[in-house]
Ligand binder design. Structure first.
Ligand SMILES: Cc1ncc(COP(=O)(O)O)c(C=O)c1O
Length: 411
């Protein structure tokens, strides 16, 4: 079996398993899917990659090549991007609890826009901007109160969410007072992100309508950022909406809404993460032992929750295949279990696969988002390597961690 012309057996030989594999041309097609369709003749548009989904230097290089903008939510994400020459002006910096050190770093490095989460943060940004005598663009993350139908841990806009500010709150009134007095803060617009792995575009429509309404509080055209969250195909239960339809629907919703409410906006932005990288990513494992219990059959793999925490964290579902046995009868209903010392370390439950032998390779699909970026060294597992493949050629993007690196910070 090959991905982008590269044989998986060769990848196993060269880089070992577990191995994260990214099809670079697939990532580029996905980016183009947004860039070519997220356009309006009534306002400027901007597409950011939410780098929390997958932030490594090689990915950032692709974003630079494509002219994308970037969403960072930590100093580490921003640091990685700046190291490979990403233009800081194209960065939107998020986070609900930015530290003083972080804010100083963001402002000193000329980050384009800070997406401010709360009143206290705004006050701190104001103090630091004055100290550094630097102007900063600030948008506000609003809690638009839209309930998207997704897992409760990845919904972010219910009224008690930890993210953002409610428009009809005391804090919002005070925020406007701080903005009115600030010497260095330029308020540029509103942001909302209602959740992740969402298939219902109506939820985005409601969010967009509300953000447009908030623009009435300011007498100049603002930037609106609708966040990310567009669903992808993990299993056949998922029916993702194509990039062109998502893009055009969001644009039309906002165009209709600004015309209805008689408001001008400067720019509309979106920040997809998952939908750009998820389906372009795969994880390759080696099957070790297999086991039958009274009610189950297990295939044990050489990775698990350390390279893919999503099934344990929010019951995420995946699809998989046994490499080289794609056409064999799938007559075993099995659970794919990792090697961590946790009963919950199950990557897939109840999948139909052919009989696996020890040494077979198992490939899981759609692991490109929040796999590597949420990986851990639990049980002192080594972080796997990441390889990009394109036009028949592999390119190592992250080499496998070594045991020395695993303990190198320990004194
Ligand atoms: C503020 C913000 N923007 C964008 C995203 C990206 O979401 P997704 O990867 O679902 O597109 C997230 C993810 O949680 C987020 O919190």
């Amino acid at each position: 079996m090959k991905i982008s012309g590269v044989d998986l057996l060769d990848l196993k030989k060269e880089y070992g398993t577990p191995l994260y594999i990214f099809d670079a041309s697939h990532i580029k097609r996905n980016i183009d899917g947004y860039l070519n369709n997220f356009k309006s003749n009534q306002f400027e548009t901007e597409v950011l990659f939410a780098s929390k989904a997958f932030n490594v230097k090689e990915m950032i290089r692709i974003l630079i090549e494509k002219g994308m903008s970037l969403d960072c939510v930590s100093k580490g994400e921003l640091y990685t991007a700046l190291k490979v020459g990403f233009d800081p002006k194209k960065v939107y910096y998020h986070g609900n609890n930015k530290s003083r050190e972080e804010i100083e770093y963001i402002i000193s490095n000329g980050v384009g826009t800070i997406v401010c989460d709360n009143l206290q943060e705004l006050e701190l940004i104001d103090v630091i901007a004055n100290e550094l005598n630097k102007d900063v663009n600030v948008m506000f993350r609003m809690n638009v109160g839209v309930d998207a139908h997704t897992h409760k841990f990845i919904i972010t806009a219910h009224v008690d969410s930890k993210f953002g500010v409610l428009h009809d709150s005391e804090d919002y009134k005070k925020i406007r007072e701080v903005l009115a007095k600030s010497k260095h803060i330029k308020f540029v617009g509103f942001h909302s992100h209602i959740g992740s792995q969402i298939f219902d575009l109506n939820a985005f429509k409601s969010a967009a309508e509300r953000l447009v309404g908030y623009c009435k509080d300011f007498d100049y055209p603002l930037v609106l950022n609708l966040g990310g969250g567009y669903g992808v195909h993990y299993t056949n239960d998922d029916k993702p909406i194509p990039f062109d339809i998502v893009s055009k629907t969001l644009i039309k919703t906002v165009e209709d809404e600004i015309n209805k409410q008689n408001i001008k906006i400067k720019k509309l932005a979106i920040e997809p993460g998952r939908s750009i990288v998820a389906e372009a990513g795969y994880t390759l494992y080696t099957v070790g032992f297999t086991k039958k219990t009274p009610n189950k059959e297990y295939y044990f793999i050489d990775g698990g929750m350390t390279d893919n925490i999503r099934p344990a964290l929010y019951q995420a579902k995946y699809d998989a295949t046994i490499v080289g046995k794609e056409n064999e009868k799938k007559d075993h209903i099995v659970t794919i279990a990792g090697k961590c010392c946790e009963s919950g370390d199950l990557i897939i439950e109840g999948i139909a696969l052919p009989k696996a032998e020890s040494g077979d390779l198992l490939l899981t699909y759609t692991t490109g988002a929040y796999g590597y970026s949420m990986s851990s060294n639990y049980n002192k597992a080594l972080t796997p390597a990441v390889v990009f493949v394109e036009d028949g050629k592999p390119k190592l993007a992250v080499r496998r961690m070594t045991y020395d690196e695993l303990i190198e910070r320990e004194l």
